[in-house]
Design a protein around this ligand. Sequence first.
Ligand code: MN3
Length: 200
Amino acid sequence: MPFTLPDLPYAHDALAPYMSRETLEYHHDKHHKAYVDNGNKLLAESGLDGKPLEEIVKAAHGKNPGLFNNAGQHYNHIHFWKWMKPGGGGDKIPGKLKAAIDKDLGGVEKMKADFAAAGVGQFGSGWCWIEVKGGKLAISKTPNGESPLVNGASPILGCDVWEHSYYIDYRNRRPDYLKAFLDHLVNWDHVAEMYEAASK
Ligand code: MN3
């Protein structure tokens, strides 16, 4: 089964002013679509067609760089759209996830500071994450299209720090973009769902 571009779970202008219609028209409609289209060309000849996306990402890592980059970014972006919502962000974090953040990440304020620092500290293109590894939460960052999946962990929140995600709205101010993501965009309900799934 080929990769397909999912619709955004909200209107293109729903995240403004924190993420503009223009950013989402480029980022979802053009950048994510290119990962899908290019990934499908490479998937067809890979022998991995029909496998679940997470398996394709892990199997292609280190073996099929072209497929890995596109399938990895397809996986990352499918969740990135769901990790945001209009009126999101802030500290309204579901109880079980909040307890894990307090226990493993030193509380909500420290988690937010460390997550933003990971995003700012990722040199060049990449992502910052909250992941579950060995039953515990951790903050991490990865270059390009990688994700915690390739490090034996499960991502539960990621923020895209490629310039295409923020340059229209924030120019070079990546720290301001990460602050807006945490304060106004994060869909903590989707994070909690992925935490539940990763904790089974
Ligand atoms: Mn992107």
